[in-house]
Design a binder for this molecule. Structure first.
Ligand code: TYM
Length: 337
């Protein structure tokens, strides 16, 4: 109906560049499932972004399919959420190019992720790595998204997306909706278990710093057992990011996994050693992830179902994306075919 109140729209995505981590789960996916009733949700597998860093082709395909299964297993019902693979919707590349031409060299040079990734991949600082934020802006703007649920590390990319949209709208009149980042209060920045000053990341060279969503319980428990706590003399469980980064990171993980407040956690472990605390955090993560792992494994055995999900998703996504792309092509003056 014309005058029915339109649901607000959400778009987000994760790169299938490796196995999903506890960071991507707590910072992003976990929050997505709860939004399905209230919002019109589009969740992408950002495969085009992954090739800014070299991928092994067969691994990329495997990670992409596994990630489709993991999205569903994490509670994203494909009937209620549009789940799709970025490269299946050509409008992303098409709008990405247009937005490249409305994104400034200076603003791209300031992106923290570009600086980090070019330091880590010094032998492959390619143009795609540099213009990555313009493609990400296309991902968001194609869907006229109101909200972009991401972890704290992606905030800068949502901000540049707003700047690009504002610039384009200023030249051609209202074309794009300006999106807002939607960042969780707790879980926005899950840190490495071995170097708590660094973000937990699938590209981390130290496998003990990162917990994967589909990892076996015994491996998860072992990693938490070995997690770095803090070297301060006050050996107690207390939230203090600055002076107790290791303990605070574990508290954050435990809080999101159990729903307990920091205060409750401090009371629970008053008078206990760090060993008990780490064991409890590990167990809570195992229980949080167990049903997701089991369901992902079950879904992976049914490839034709997964295919039907991402095919239907691409069709729905392309319909919305092409409407925006056509509007943009007209505005910039491309001759209609
Ligand atoms: P990516 O694939 O690096 O991460 C996926 C999502 O997980 C969040 N995240 C974390 N949150 C908390 N703690 C961590 N340690 C942690 N690690 C990852 C990220 O903030 C992100 O929300 N550029 C994006 C993918 C992308 C995208 C988009 C996102 C492409 N197009 C459009 C939103 C909208 C990226 O590299 O995320």
């Amino acid at each position: 109906m014309e005058n029915e109140v339109q649901k607000k729209r959400i778009l987000s995505g994760i790169q299938p560049s490796g196995d999903l981590t506890l960071g991507s789960y707590l910072g992003a996916i976990k929050n997505w499932a709860a939004l399905a009733d209230e919002y019109d949700c589009y969740y992408m597998l950002a495969d085009m972004h992954t090739i800014t860093v070299r991928q092994v082709p067969a691994e990329l395909r495997r990670h992409t399919l596994t990630q489709v299964a993991a999205y569903i297993a994490s509670g994203l019902d494909p009937e209620k959420n549009v789940l799709f693979v970025q490269s299946h919707v050509p409008a992303h590349a098409q709008l990405g190019w247009v937005l490249d031409c409305y994104t400034m060299f200076g603003e791209l040079s300031r992106m923290t992720q570009f600086k980090d990734k070019s330091a880590k991949n010094a032998d492959n600082i390619n143009a795609g790595l540099f213009t990555y934020p313009a493609l990400m802006a296309a991902d968001i703007l194609l869907y006229q998204a109101d909200l972009v649920p991401v972890g704290g590390d992606q905030k800068q990319h949502v901000e540049i997306c707003r700047d690009i949209a504002t610039r384009f709208n200023g030249i051609y009149g209202d074309t794009f909706k300006l999106p807002d980042p939607y960042i969780p209060q707790v879980g926005a920045r899950v840190m490495s278990l071995t170097s708590p000053e660094k973000k937990m990341s699938k590209s981390d060279k130290d496998p003990n710093g990162c917990v994967y969503m589909l990892e076996k319980p015994e491996d998860i428990l072992r990693k938490f057992k070995r997690a770095i706590t803090d070297s301060d003399t006050e050996r107690c469980v207390r939230f203090d990011r600055e002076n107790k980064p290791g303990v605070s990171n574990l508290m954050q993980i435990y809080a999101v996994a159990t729903g307990k407040s920091f205060e409750t956690i401090e009371q629970e472990f008053a008078g206990h050693g760090y060993g008990d605390f780490k064991q409890a955090v590990g167990e809570s993560v195992v229980e949080l992830l167990r049903p997701i792992r089991e369901e992902t494994e079950r879904l992976l055995a049914d490839k034709s179902y997964l295919e039907s999900v991402y095919r239907a998703g691409a069709e729905k996504a392309a319909y919305v994306a092409n409407r925006t792309l056509n509007k943009v092509y007209k505005k910039v003056g491309f001759l209609p075919r």
